[in-house]
Ligand binder design. Structure first.
Ligand code: HEC
Ligand code: HEC
Ligand code: HEC
Length: 90
């Protein structure tokens, strides 16, 4: 019985870790942006597209980087949101 409880606890723990990394909320005054991180990892494969200096927090991340990088790629590939309200949800 003890073992079953321990296994369940481990499953719960890994599930919550995976959730934290799957989708990242990027806060913005004009509406937070829900960023499907895992989906982009799988889609783009290369972390360096967004993480020049390696995985983790992105130094100076904000409007300028986001619009150039995120919106820029969506426009170029003609896929993914490019309208303000498609990214910024109130
Ligand atoms: C399309 C852009 C993009 C791609 C591709 C991408 N990431 Fe990220 N990642 C982000 C953004 C944006 C953040 C949030 C950055 C911040 O808050 O400073 C982030 C955050 C992270 C974090 C920190 C998570 C946290 O909760 O603090 C890690 C770790 C990470 N990414 C790893 C990776 C790895 C590994 C890959 C490649 C397999 C990858 N990322 C690919 C955009 C991307
Ligand atoms: C592809 C998604 C995307 C689109 C499209 C987009 N934005 Fe953003 N925007 C972001 C992200 C991501 C941030 C950075 C959030 C952060 O710093 O955590 C941001 C930041 C901002 C900020 C700064 C918010 C703050 O709290 O400082 C403003 C203002 C803004 N965007 C306005 C706009 C307007 C206006 C449009 C349409 C012309 C637009 N955005 C289109 C993703 C997008
Ligand atoms: C190098 C290219 C690239 C970059 C950089 C990129 N994206 Fe995307 N993104 C895509 C593509 C391609 C899609 C369309 C995926 C699909 O429809 O399956 C997409 C889809 C999305 C979607 C819609 C997801 C859905 O499930 O409908 C959101 C939201 C999004 N991106 C936000 C962002 C934000 C925020 C950033 C920057 C932190 C970003 N993207 C950076 C290529 C990119």
């Amino acid at each position: 019985m003890k073992r079953i409880i321990a296994a369940a606890a481990v499953t719960l723990f890994t599930a919550s870790l995976a959730l934290a990394a799957d989708v990242i909320t990027l806060p913005a005054k004009n509406g937070d942006v829900t960023f499907p991180h895992k989906k982009h990892q799988e889609l783009l494969k290369d972390c360096k597209v967004c993480h020049e200096k390696g995985p983790g927090k992105i130094e100076g991340f904000g409007k300028d980087i986001a619009h150039k990088n995120c919106k820029g790629c969506h426009e170029e590939k003609k896929a993914g949101p490019t309208k303000c309200s498609e990214c910024h949800k109130k």
